[in-house]
Design a protein around this ligand. Structure first.
Ligand code: KIV
Ligand code: ZN
Length: 518
């Protein structure tokens, strides 16, 4: 079945797992991708672009697992304009209730000459052949002229017509390099609707990048001109300056429905949960003043604003925090709260977790309650996300850590790790406690991965707050991000480092099993 768009219904096509994951450093594991896909499906995303199946075995596996698991969403796999890519994409998505193949080719003069090396005629033939091939496999085929906004209008109209005649059911117009502006974005859609026979019978899609900060405006302008699918990512994750942010276009159409009378199927109360999950998994923090999902998006600091808010929230608030799933920070529970209370609180926060994970989170909750006086929603969210990052089957596990730090060096760390079940200990020094702990890890787990990012942020206010630490490692071009939270920043740092190393080992096992020994 093809996802069709009714007159005012705008389809939301989420590409967090494909274009978002392409962003350097945002690599996700299979489990993380499945978790994100499940949430996207649950929140009402119409189409999930789950990956680029020919890119690697890992991508293929992720797309096919997501295809099998999806309940409502169309599951889409990306393919370049060749039969091998298209066949691989089909193999990966074919078990979905609603599969889609998305095939693309760069149509602008620069792409034709330097990237694809095809002249206009040869490219036109390639488009016809590949879209026909995709359509013979799948009823739902999306075609994209990459760099459309820098493609000559005559040629763009011609190739869109070819793709439609060959059976494409969605024509996506990408602003690949984030070059267009709202007026032009709308004009291109109108031009295509005017000139291309059959353009009004397919779904027109818009795919914008944010290089000039206009991705949201450009996508909405395209919708006003007739596009009925927006390609976007959670938190605007994506290459360079990112893609159109899902939360921005969805909330813009909702809040300004008077001037943008379009509907989506998104349950907006799941937006914050999706934002947190993608930020945790990708290791890309959300900027504080980011629209909709930033920490400050609903914070009113100035006296005039606070006074107005107290008198009437509408004075300075155009949407309610709860509309995007943001509940006022509340003191949740104390150390005497039981499992049932924890389960119900987590459900309220949008986390439906199974019995095993609940037991794990409960143990961590009790430990945290012993150390931290007040436990807030954010603490619980960090615990759930932490439980997702550390697994009993991890090959490397932190057993014991003691650091010595202070004004007189050297700072030292005594660390015991269980590596494949065998406990090993070491004493290391460093320039500060985190450096000492990292040196200790490295002494026990020798590797050549380069530390690309070490980042700490406090989950809540106060000096007893948990710290969430992200550690990004790069090895032979493969990038992984580890995360952990703890009230002890050095413990969280060490666990995050070990978490990243465990992910590297999983990758090595898949790509070069003979190098996977620790
Ligand atoms: O930006 C782009 O052009 C893309 C295409 C693959 C649609 O991501
Ligand atoms: Zn893109």
């Amino acid at each position: 079945m093809t996802a069709t768009a009714s007159q005012n219904r705008v389809l939301i096509f989420d590409t967090t797992l494909r274009d978002g994951e392409q962003s350097p450093g945002a690599t996700m594991t299979l489990e993380e991708k499945l978790q994100i896909a499940e949430l996207l499906d649950e929140m009402g995303v119409d189409i999930i672009e789950a990956g680029f199946p020919i890119a690697s075995e890992g991508d293929f596996e992720a797309v096919s697992k997501i295809a099998k698991a999806a309940r409502n969403a169309v599951i889409c796999g990306l393919a370049r304009a060749n039969f091998a890519d298209i066949d691989r994409a089909w193999e990966a998505v074919k078990h979905a209730k609603r599969p889609r193949i998305h095939t693309f080719i760069g149509t602008s003069p620069l792409h034709r000459e330097y990237q694809v090396r095809l002249d206009k005629e040869a490219m036109a033939e390639r488009i016809h052949a590949t879209v026909t091939h995709a359509r013979n496999l799948c009823d739902d085929v999306q075609w994209s002229p990459m760099d459309a906004t820098r493609t000559e209008h005559d040629y763009l109209a011609r190739v869109c017509e070819i793709a439609i005649k060959a059976g494409a059911t969605t024509i996506n117009i990408p602003d690949t390099v984030g070059y267009t502006a709202p007026g032009e974005s709308a004009a291109i859609i109108r031009m295509l609707l005017e000139r291309v026979p059959g353009m009004d019978e397919v779904t027109i899609s818009t795919h914008c990048h944010n290089d000039l900060g206009m991705a949201t405006a450009n996508a909405l302008a395209a919708v006003e001109a007739g596009a009925r699918q927006i390609e976007c990512t959670i938190n605007g994750l994506g290459e360079r300056a990112g893609n159109t942010a899902l939360e921005e276009v969805v909330m813009a159409m909702r809040v300004r429905n008077d001037i943008m009378p379009f509907e989506t199927g998104i349950d907006t109360t799941k937006i914050m949960q999706a934002s947190r999950l993608v930020s945790t998994v990708s290791g890309f923090p959300v900027q504080y003043n980011k629209a909709i999902v930033g920490k400050n998006a609903f914070a009113h600091e100035s006296g005039i604003h606070q006074d107005g808010m107290l008198k009437h929230a509408g004075t300075f608030e155009i949407m309610r925090p709860e509309d995007v799933g943001l509940n006022a920070t509340s003191l949740v529970m104390g150390k005497h709260s039981g499992r049932a209370a924890l389960r119900s609180k987590l459900r309220e926060l949008g986390y439906q977790i199974g019995d095993n994970q609940l037991s794990d989170v409960f143990v961590r909750f009790k430990e945290l309650a012993d150390r931290k006086k007040e436990i807030y929603d954010e603490d619980l969210i960090a615990l759930v996300q932490d439980a997702g990052t550390e697994a009993a089957h991890d090959r490397i596990q932190v057993r014991h850590l003691r650091v010595v730090c202070g004004t007189e060096g050297p700072q030292t760390a005594d660390l015991t790790l269980a590596i494949d079940g065998n406990e090993q200990s070491v004493h290391a020094t460093g320039d500060g406690p985190v450096d000492a702990a990292f040196n200790a890890v490295k002494a026990l787990v020798s590797h050549s991965a380069r530390l690309q990012l070490y980042q700490v942020h406090a989950v809540t206010e106060g000096t007893d707050a948990q710290a969430t630490v992200s550690v990004r490692l790069e090895e032979n071009g493969k990038i992984v991000t580890g995360q952990s939270s703890d009230t002890d920043t050095v413990v969280a740092s060490t666990r995050a480092y070990v978490n990243a190393l465990n992910k590297l080992l999983v990758r090595r096992l898949k790509t070069a099993p003979d190098t996977a020994a620790v």
